[in-house]
Design a protein around this ligand. Structure first.
Ligand code: ZN
Length: 234
């Protein structure tokens, strides 16, 4: 049984759910956020409130939640020009991927996280990558993560595990997982305090949370929440 985890915690719905999952499953949990010049940098600013409020939801969670880390990866925005890191319209590219795709982002995130886990003596990296409901980002795929786990462990002579609890869940099931882990209070916390909107909009509180309501991330989040609520009332 692996004992400790480092959660890639951006402040979004998925990573907040991953954090709760890790708090339930590991004795020591640390968190890591990346500043990569993301257009929705507001997601970094919601992290402290989420961390502060998630810990007391369950007695053992408060005891398990450890240090938070923020690392500067702004080199990503100097390498690539995408709708995630600059103020250009979100469109579909010729290769079938939306221009919110940041090439190599999750490869870099996991590799950097592994190096931090090595230093901190943590066994498991937890990430919110998901094949089911996303825009086909190739670095969110299960095979990519499995290959990366092999490469990381060969390259660092470690036995670190990459855990992706949301890999086969759609957004409605992700809300359901949050409900299973922390009940209505965790769902409400994620709804109100996490941030998903690509445009960084936090003006209006919808039933599914804050956001513009029209960007791809908001549409997915809203649709998933509606599916979760419909399932609950059946
Ligand atoms: Zn939005």
């Amino acid at each position: 049984m692996k004992k400790s985890a480092l959660v890639l915690f951006s402040g979004g719905q998925d990573s907040a759910t991953c954090l709760a999952w890790a708090l339930e499953n590991y004795e020591r949990v640390e968190t890591l956020g990346f500043d990569y010049g993301q257009r929705h940098a507001i997601e970094l600013s919601v992290r402290p409130a989420l961390l502060k409020k998630i810990a007391p939801l369950r007695p053992q969670w408060a005891a398990r939640l450890g240090q938070d880390h923020i690392l500067d990866l702004t080199l990503i925005s100097s390498i690539s020009q995408t709708a995630m890191t600059s103020n250009i319209a979100i469109t579909m590219q010729e290769n079938g991927l939306p221009n919110t795709f940041v090439p190599g982002r999750n490869l870099l995130f996991m590799t950097v996280a592994a190096a931090l886990a090595y230093r901190r003596g943590l066994d498991v990296l937890v990430g919110g990558m998901c094949e089911t409901d996303f825009s086909g980002y190739p670095d969110c795929r299960d095979d990519t993560m499995k290959a990366l786990q092999v490469a990381i462990n060969l390259g660092m002579d470690t036995r670190i595990t990459l855990a992706t609890p949301l890999m086969w869940l759609d957004k409605a099931q992700t809300w359901h997982l949050a409900h299973q882990l922390g009940g209505a209070s965790l769902v409400d916390l994620i709804r109100e305090e996490s941030h998903t909107c690509y445009l960084g909009e936090r003006g209006t509180l919808h039933d599914w949370g804050y956001g513009c309501g029209t960007c791809p991330a908001c549409v997915l989040r809203a649709r998933g929440y509606a599916g979760f609520k419909a399932n609950q009332t059946q």
